[in-house]
Design a protein around this ligand. Structure first.
Ligand code: SF4
Length: 360
């Protein structure tokens, strides 16, 4: 049996927040006895974070339903609306978004995430989302958006407004991706993530576990994160909430759901491979027991969504989260919003590019 820590072989060339495990090492981590894997993940977690502190975000849908994409798990896709019967809604007014952000802050969230069911924001949507970023930031909250694909100009506009994080999930491995989405390619997703990274906005990118993918696909997804120039600062590891009427939801409901322990394993391997990233629990928490959620935190998760609703699916109730945090002795981390004006600068000697904050 592999020794507890001997299986780690970080690449000395790695100069970012990623430990450059080979695909083979990622597979070996997945194969470890669960207790060995948890101990290793928790040890690495403690070397990089306060083990009893969690970052809390609130997610709000600012434009719901009738999305032109065909993601096979999503109730918001216009391709599945005949079966899911999800009611599409117009863009939410700015004052309603601000009111929701104030409530989120009052309840202890440090980050406010806004999601729109778009293929990409249109030219007429950009002033709206830029205004939202500025207004929410002025409340002292970190901001995050998930709006679909971005081009470099849109990423720069959002960066200039001060957006802290942009979420764009890879969802799964490149191989399994074609079973999940046909209207947007894997490379287009990676392009958007590259534009976000180049703009100076923090990257949030994760997956959905339990869509019928194999462990090989979960290994490949972790490997994709490590192939990026820098691992995402925030990595949501979602557990599929199977929604009747969606192709993947119907398949999983008929064939059976993945073991929660495999999701826990995925969290632990992600923690080990991306030691300084926030690993986020989001979709799927509603159906988990206290003990299963505690195991996820033990595996290195240190961020979750607060609130009774995640875009369109249910979430663990806020009062239940407060009780669970008290029982586990977890405390909430405070916000540290990114300054609005940053410019990329290149070190003439090393060629290394970094962001410099301009004085207001
Ligand atoms: S996951 Fe996002 S992009 Fe895909 S259908 Fe749902 S809202 Fe649209």
């Amino acid at each position: 049996m592999a020794g507890l820590l001997s299986i780690q072989e970080p690449n000395p060339q790695a100069n970012d927040n990623t430990v450059k495990h080979s695909r083979e090492h990622i597979a070996q981590l997945f194969d470890l006895p669960l207790m060995d894997l948890l101990l290793q993940a928790q040890t690495i977690h403690r070397q990089n974070f306060d083990a009893n502190e969690v970052q809390i975000s609130t997610l709000l849908s600012i434009k719901t339903g009738n999305c032109p994409e065909d993601c096979g798990y999503c109730s918001q896709s216009g391709h599945h609306r005949d079966k899911t019967k999800l009611q599409a809604e117009k863009r939410l007014e700015v004052d309603k978004v601000i009111a929701a952000a104030k409530r989120a802050k009052a309840s202890g969230s440090s980050r406010f995430c806004m999601g729109a069911a778009w293929k990409h924001p249109s030219a007429k949507d950009m002033p709206y989302v830029v205004e939202l970023v500025k207004e929410v930031k002025s409340l002292g909250l970190e901001t995050c958006m998930t709006l679909g694909m971005l081009n470099p100009e849109q990423a720069a506009q959002l960066a200039d407004a001060g957006l802290d994080y942009y979420n764009h999930n890879l969802d799964t491995s490149r191989r399994y991706y074609e079973e999940v989405v046909s209207t947007r390619s894997y490379d287009e997703r990676l392009d958007t993530l590259a534009h976000v990274r180049d703009s100076g906005i923090n990257v949030c990118s994760g997956n959905i576990v339990g869509m019928g993918e194999s462990r090989e696909d979960r290994i490949d997804w972790v490997h994709e994160l490590l192939k990026m120039p820098k691992a995402p600062e925030s990595i949501p590891v979602n557990l599929l909430v199977p929604i009747a009427g969606t192709p993947i939801g119907d398949k999983v409901l008929a064939e059976g759901e993945l073991s929660v322990l495999e999701w826990i394993r995925t969290i632990a391997v992600t923690r080990i491979c991306c030691p300084s990233s926030y690993v986020r629990l989001s979709a799927g928490r509603e159906s988990l027991s206290d003990a299963e959620q505690a195991l996820a935190f033990m595996a290195g998760a240190n961020s979750f969504f607060y609130g009774d609703k995640l875009l369109t699916t249910g979430n663990a109730s806020q009062s239940n989260d407060n009780r669970l945090m008290r029982e586990l002795g977890l405390t909430a981390q405070f916000a540290a919003p990114r300054a609005a004006k940053q410019v990329p600068v290149m070190d003439a000697m090393s060629g290394h590019q970094s962001q410099v904050v301009l004085a207001e």
